[in-house]
Design a protein around this ligand. Structure first.
Ligand code: F6R
Length: 261
């Protein structure tokens, strides 16, 4: 795992955007895995700003898969993750909506939604780069504490803490759906490069547990330690509880130029 200690959330966004663009320049038909939530928004805004200035790569051949989706929202609800990712990233980049995917939360199809999503990802050859956030409780996508480390895409029940954390997007915690469809931890581990983004003091404990704690279902994000190519981008506040921070900074400063992210 590479821990990249950056000073500010803006710098995290710039480096996050560099990593995504570098892949899309190399592979214009890249398959991207996308997180929603607040954290990646600054990176997405940076990508959009570069695109609008004509500095970005060509986005037309990119395919995307969201990490997760709420179950039980009315169709087309503005807080559905598919609507969110289109609004916040893929529409502004000009990616055809037909290339933008999320787990299907329609009630009638729920028993097979996970399987169908796994098949859709596999049919593209798999996710090349997966953008991830981390919950304050260490959740990864919506794999809450205790989730199987080998899990596939499936329906999950959100914890009260996650519903409270996400209430800012809704009127109140009661309006946050109980259920979600989420890529499993096994699904996420199949992506070829994981890029976890964490900013702000509220994520410091979860980042420390994920990066320096034991690999455990009690901190689903700790599975990044098992992945052959995982990059963690943190600002100073999110890095504050890392014991080996000085070493990560030395490693990053001494990184050979030929070694890409
Ligand atoms: C979102 C997702 C979640 C978030 C996490 C952090 O697709 O899968 O795991 O990444 O809840 O959310 P924010 O970034 O809003 O703090």
């Amino acid at each position: 795992m590479e821990l990249v200690p950056l000073t500010s959330a803006d710098e995290v966004a710039r480096v996050g955007a560099d990593i995504v663009e570098e892949l899309v320049r190399r592979r214009p038909d890249a398959v991207l895995g996308l997180a929603t939530g607040s954290t990646p928004l600054a990176t997405y805004q940076e990508l959009i700003a570069r695109h609008q200035r004509g500095e970005g790569p060509a986005w037309g051949g990119v395919t995307t898969f969201n990490l997760d989706e709420y179950v039980g929202l009315p169709a087309g609800h503005e807080q559905s993750y598919l609507a969110t990712i289109r609004r916040e990233l893929t529409d502004p980049l000009g990616i055809d909506p037909a290339r933008v995917h999320g787990p299907d939360p329609a009630e009638a199809g729920l028993p097979t939604a996970g399987e169908r999503y796994e098949a859709a990802i596999a049919a593209t050859g798999g996710v090349a780069l997966q953008v991830l956030g981390i919950g304050t409780n260490g959740h990864l996508a919506f794999n809450e504490q205790g989730s199987s480390l080998g899990s596939p895409t499936r329906i999950k029940t959100l914890t009260e803490q996650t519903r409270r954390d996400n209430a800012r997007f809704f009127g109140s915690p009661d309006e946050v759906p109980m259920h979600v469809l989420t890529q499993g931890i096994g699904t996420i581990l199949r992506a070829r490069h994981l890029v976890l983004i964490a900013t702000g003091a509220g994520k410091a404990a979860a980042v420390a547990a994920a990066v320096e704690g034991p690999v455990s279902a009690s901190c689903p994000a700790s599975v990044l330690q098992l992945h052959p190519h995982a990059t963690v981008l943190v600002d100073a506040a999110a890095a504050a509880r890392l014991e080996r921070l000085d070493y990560y900074a030395e490693v990053y400063a001494a990184k050979p130029v030929w070694q890409r992210h």
